[in-house]
Design a protein around this ligand. Structure first.
Ligand code: NG6
Ligand code: CA
Length: 502
C-alpha cells in the first residue's frame, strides 16, 4: 500500500519523486577502532621501523591519514582506555593500571563512546583486552560478571579481562567465562596464594620465559603471571591462540552486522607482555618476540581489513588505528627485547617510553583509513584520543548528553584529514602531567625523581623536581629545558594546567 502511494505521488510530480529519493538517508558508516597495546610510534614501517615489516598497517597509512602528533591520553593502558571510552581525562577518576580483579571504573550512568553510538543506532562490540575492571569487587568468575561492557553500552563483548600478564587467564564472552565448569570453579586472588597451579617463583624450570618477581605468581601455559589463580582448567587460554581467536570473533561480529551500522572496538593483546606469539610468526622479525608480536599484530590488521573488503563494506567503514601508550622493551619477562632491538627505534624520533611524560609516552602511531572518503596524507594536527567521543558523535549525528565526555572536543575534520588544525592545548598524563600548547610543552614538577622500578626498565620518566619547558619544533627530543628562559610562559602554562586539574 505504501509503495503504491509513493508511485502515485511520483507520477503526479517529478519534484516530489526527487525529494522522496533524497530523504533516503545512507547507512551511517561503521566505526572500527583498532587499538594496539604498547605499540610505539616507530614500531610500524611507515614511521621508520627497522626490525620488522608491517605491510598491512603501512597500506592503511599510505591510503589514509598518517598522524605525527596524535596522542593517547596517558602513558599507561587503563587511563588511556578510560579516556578513549569516556571522553574524560583519566585523572578525573584517578584511573591507574588496574589489577585483574578490580571493579569496573566506568560509571554505567554516564555516556560512553559505545552507549553514545548505540543511541545513534549502532550495534556495538568490544573484542580483546579490557583492563577497565569488571563487576563491583569480589567478582565470582563462575557466574555472569557485571557490571561490565554491556552496562556501559556494548551489545557484544569478548574479553581478555585485564592484561595477558594478569590472572584470570580466561576469555569472557558476554561477561561469562568461556568454558566455565561448575565442577572446577575458578578462584582468583591478588593478595594471597591459592592452592592448585604452581608458581613461577618456585618453579622457574616450568617457564617458557623467565620473569621478574612481580610476574612470578601462578603459571598458566608456561608463563608466570601477576596474581594467583586456580581452577577453570578447560577455560584457560593459550597465549599463542590470541591472534586467531580474536580475529575470528571480529570477523563474525562484522559479518553478523554487515547490514547495519556497527562500532567495533578491537583491542589487541599484542604487543604487551608476555610476548608469546603463534609459531606462524616466530622469526618474522629480527627482534625476537617483541618484533614477532608486531608482525603478528600486522597480520591481524590485514585480516580485519580483508574481512571488511570481502563483505563489501570497506568503503562504509572508518578505521582508526592507534595504541594505548608508548613502547617498552623490558616489561617483566626475559624475551630478549632489549638485546635484539638493534637499530630499531620503538619510539621513533621521540624521547621516553611507556610510563614516561616525555612525548614517546603518549605520541602514538595513529592512522585514519576510510577508502574513498579520506584523502591520503600525513597530518601534523595535534590530537588526543579523548576527542574521539565528540568527533565520532559528530560523525554519527549524535548529541552529547550534558555532563558526558567533559574533556572531549569535536575535531572530526582533523581526524578525517580535512584540516591540520587540531587542538590548541592538550593534557598529557603519566606519573606527572604535561600541557601542550602548540609547539610548547610544559611538564609539571614532581618530587622524588624516577622510581626504581622505572629505572630498572630503563625508562626515562621525565619526572623532575623542577618545571620543564620544551619547544618541540626546535627540540623534538625534549633535551633543552627552556623553563629558566621563559618564566612567564612557564607561569602561564602551569596555571592553565592547574585549572584543568582542579
Ligand atoms: C605493570 C606491570 C607491567 C604491565 C603494566 C601494565 C609490573 C612490574 N609491571 O604493573 O608488566 O603489565 O603494569 O601495562 O608489574 S599496561 O599496558 O596495561 O598499562
Ligand atoms: Ca598498554
Amino acid at each position: 500500500m505504501k509503495n503504491l502511494l509513493l508511485t502515485t505521488t511520483c507520477l503526479a510530480t517529478v519534484t516530489a519523486c526527487t525529494t522522496a529519493k533524497k530523504e533516503v538517508t545512507p547507512q551511517k558508516p561503521n566505526v572500527l577502532i583498532v587499538y594496539v597495546d604498547d605499540l610505539g610510534f616507530g614500531d610500524v614501517g611507515i614511521n621508520g621501523a627497522k626490525g620488522v615489516q608491517t605491510p598491512h598497517v603501512d597500506r592503511l597509512a599510505k591510503n589514509g591519514v598518517n598522524f605525527t602528533d596524535a596522542h593517547c591520553s596517558a602513558a599507561t593502558c587503563t587511563p588511556s582506555r578510560y579516556s578513549l571510552l569516556t571522553g574524560s581525562y583519566a585523572f578525573r577518576n584517578q584511573a591507574a593500571v588496574l589489577p585483574g580483579d578490580a571493579p569496573l571504573i566506568i560509571d554505567p550512568n554516564k555516556g560512553t563512546l559505545a552507549s553514545m553510538l548505540k543511541d545513534a543506532g549502532y550495534t556495538t562490540g568490544v573484542i580483546g583486552k579490557w583492563h577497565l575492571g569488571l563487576g563491583m569487587g569480589q567478582v565470582n568468575w563462575n557466574e555472569e560478571v557485571k557490571p561490565g561492557p554491556k552496562e556501559i553500552g556494548f551489545d557484544y563483548s569478548f574479553l581478555i579481562p585485564a592484561t595477558g600478564d594478569r590472572v584470570p587467564c580466561v576469555f569472557l564472552e558476554n561477561q561469562r567465562v568461556v568454558g566455565v565448569d561448575p565442577n572446577d570453579p575458578i578462584t582468583v586472588s591478588y593478595s594471597s596464594r591459592v592452592d592448585g597451579l604452581p608458581l613461577g617463583s618456585e618453579h622457574p624450570e616450568l617457564l617458557k620465559q623467565q620473569a621478574d618477581p612481580q610476574h612470578s605468581n601462578t603459571i598458566i601455559n608456561g608463563i608466570s603471571r601477576i596474581g594467583y589463580m586456580s581452577g577453570g582448567e578447560k577455560a584457560l587460554w593459550k597465549d599463542e591462540d590470541f591472534p586467531f581467536v580474536l580475529t575470528e570473533k571480529a570477523k563474525t561480529f562484522m559479518t553478523e552486522n554487515k547490514d547495519n551500522p556497527f562500532f567495533l572496538y578491537f583491542a589487541f593483546h599484542d604487543i604487551h607482555v608476555p610476548r608469546v606469539v603463534n609459531e606462524q610468526f616466530v622469526g618474522q622479525s629480527t627482534m625476537g618476540p617483541r618484533g614477532d608480536a608486531i608482525a603478528q599484530m600486522d597480520w591481524c590488521v590485514g585480516q580485519l581489513v580483508k574481512q571488511l573488503e570481502d563483505l563489501g563494506i570497506a568503503e562504509n567503514t572508518l578505521i582508526i588505528f592507534s595504541s594505548d601508550n608508548g613502547p617498552v622493551l623490558d616489561d617483566g619477562y626475559a624475551d630478549m627485547a632489549v638485546e635484539l632491538v638493534g637499530d630499531h627505534q620503538p619510539a621513533g624520533p621521540f624521547r621516553g617510553a611507556k610510563y614516561s611524560i616525555y612525548e614517546a609516552g603518549t605520541r602514538m602511531p595513529t592512522i585514519v583509513y576510510w577508502p574513498g572518503k579520506v584523502t591520503p596524507k600525513v597530518s601534523s594536527a595535534m590530537l588526543t584520543q579523548v576527542d574521539l567521543y565528540a568527533s565520532l558523535a559528530k560523525l554519527a549525528g549524535q548529541e552529547i548528553a550534558p555532563g558526558d565526555a567533559p574533556d572531549s572536543q569535536d575535531h572530526l575534520d582533523a581526524w578525517l584529514g580535512k584540516t591540520e588544525t587540531g587542538r590548541e592545548s592538550m593534557l598529557e598524563e603519566a606519573y606527572t602531567f604535561a600541557l601542550r600548547k602548540g609547539d610548547w610543552k610544559y611538564i609539571k614538577p614532581q618530587t622524588g625523581g624516577t622510581p626504581d622500578w622505572m629505572k630498572n626498565k630503563q625508562v626515562e620518566s621525565g619526572l623532575e623536581d623542577v618545571p620543564q619547558l620544551y619547544h618541540l619544533k626546535d627540540d623534538l627530543q625534549e633535551s633543552v629545558n627552556l623553563a629558566g628562559n621563559y618564566p612567564e610562559l612557564v607561569e602561564e602554562m602551569a596555571a592553565e594546567l592547574e585549572k584543568i586539574l582542579q
